[in-house]
Structures are given as C-alpha cells and as structure tokens.
Design a protein around this ligand. Structure first.
Ligand code: SAH
Length: 256
C-alpha cells in the first residue's frame, strides 16, 4: 500500500502504536510532530492531528504534500449514534459527512459547496482490509489471545458485551456531541449514521482532493448523550489505543 499515514486527534489514542516505533524519526512541521518509521516492513508516518476538522485537514495536507504518503488511516474514538452501536464497538467508515456544513439556501443543507455532494467515500479496498483487521482483533480478544487487550480489561472499562465491528456512515463536525437532544437531532437528519466525531469527513475530503485512498476506524467511547461515561481518558488509554495498536499490526500483517 506504499507509505501509510496513521493519524489520531489525540496523543493518547496513538500511544500504543508510538511505543512500537522506537526508531522513528520525529519531524516537526505545522506545529505537529510527524513520526516517520516502519512497522512490519511498511513505511509509516504517525501523527497527532489535534482535534476538529481544520486540524485534521491541515495534517492530511502536510502528510500528502510534504511526506508523500500514499494512503491515510484515521483512528480514534467517537460517539455512537446507531441503535446497536455500543461503547467498545468499532465503526469503520463507509461514507463520511460534515453534519455542521450548511450553506443553504444557496446549496442544499450538508452539501459541501461546489463538490455537488454531502459525503466522501472511504476507499473500498483499504476499508475492507481495515474491517477484516478489526474483526480479527475483536475475535482474538474474545478468544483470550490478543496481546494488547484482555476480556477482563474490557470489562474493567465497562464493556461487558462482545464488541462488534460496524461499517457505514460517520458524521463529523466541530462540536462534541454530549446531549441526548443533539444526538436525536443528528439521528433524525441522518438515520443511517452510526457514529459522530470531529475529524473523519475533513480527512476524507482532503484525500478526495488529492486522489489518495483513506479509511477511518472509530472506537465508540460514548453514546453522544448525557450519560456519564466511566472515564473518557482512561477508556482511550485502556481500550481505544490498544485496539488501534492491535488493528494496525494486523492490517500491516504483523503478529500480535
Ligand atoms: N476530553 C478531550 C477532548 C475530546 S474532544 C480532551 O480533554 O482533550 C473529542 C474527541 O473525541 C474528538 O477528537 C472527536 O473526534 C472524538 N469524539 C468522541 N466522542 C465524541 C462525541 N460524542 N462527539 C464528537 N466527537 C467525539
């Protein structure tokens, strides 16, 4: 797949994977640290984009223009919107839509002006590989043979069911969605939406502009409503970051 970028909004989401790149070279650019190295014989660039659509777009543009990456993978956490999308599940993006885009009445609501569409599609082949890697990791956890994460650790973080992988529409916007009313409004506008986050659709738009494949995986950290979650930061460190590590290893064909 050529040089692959692995991007997360927060450092804690990438921590597990960064630890696997001890020899990586750190290149500073546009206020970010880009870690250039190799994983399982594949060239990778790891970077924390910071939070929100502009931060994600800046990061993607630098990765493509300066680091010459040939595909983009975004990994992080998100709020679950689909009825059966639960905390601890993984959502792999099919399409990505900016739920706060509204240039109406000049353009239909949600349409990205002058693109003639309200959504960008993740690369089918890369997403299929990502989906398979996620399935492999969740199966390994259930079978007690995942090095990064055990069933007991999941339960400790409040995940008592066997987590699933979902594939479909992800919404992105510059807003942390944390009220049931807001979540309901998003569900009403986008009944197919599985999850909401703050970066994916921006990255997908930049990937579209550059004509490179992108894929997005999100671990569900909350239900985008008023229910208090155990501990957001702990969940990222103990679950999401470990999923990312294990999935990246599986995607790149490495054991573990
Ligand atoms: N508590 C964090 C801020 C997290 S902002 C801090 O102190 O730094 C939320 C991040 O998680 C974004 O990167 C976003 O993509 C994702 N996210 C998780 N749940 C979300 C939700 N319910 N709504 C929007 N974004 C969410």
């Amino acid at each position: 797949m050529g040089r692959l970028a692995i991007v997360s909004a927060m450092e804690s989401e990438l921590r597990g994977l960064l630890a696997s790149l001890p020899q990586a070279e750190c290149v500073r650019r546009a206020g970010r640290e880009f870690w250039v190295g190799s994983l399982g014989g594949h060239e990778v660039v790891l970077v924390r984009s910071l939070i929100g659509k502009v931060a994600a777009a800046t990061t993607a543009a630098v990765l493509l223009e300066h680091f010459g990456v040939e595909s983009l993978l975004f990994t992080g956490v998100a709020g679950g919107l689909g009825a059966d999308v639960r905390i601890g599940d993984i959502v792999v993006a099919g399409d990505l839509l900016q739920h706060d885009m509204d240039a109406s009445p000049i353009f239909p609501r949600f349409e990205v002006p002058l693109y003639g569409t309200d959504r960008f599609t993740a690369d089918a082949a890369l997403s299929a590989r990502l989906h398979a890697a996620c399935e492999e990791v969740l199966t390994a956890i259930e079978a007690g043979r995942c090095e990064e994460l055990s069933r007991a650790q999941l339960e400790d973080c409040g995940v008592r069911h066997a987590p699933r992988v979902h594939r479909g529409l992800i919404l992105s916007g510059d807003r942390f969605v944390s009220s049931a009313a807001e979540a309901r409004a998003l569900q009403a506008d986008h009944p197919a939406a599985l999850a909401v986050e703050m970066e994916g659709a921006a990255l997908a738009q930049v990937a579209h502009d550059f004509g490179v494949p992108c894929a997005v995986m999100r671990t569900i950290s909350d239900r985008a409503d008023d229910s208090a979650h155990v501990d957001f930061n702990r969940f990222i460190a103990d679950v999401a970051s470990r999923y990312t590590h294990a999935v990246a290893m599986s995607l790149l064909g490495m054991a573990g």
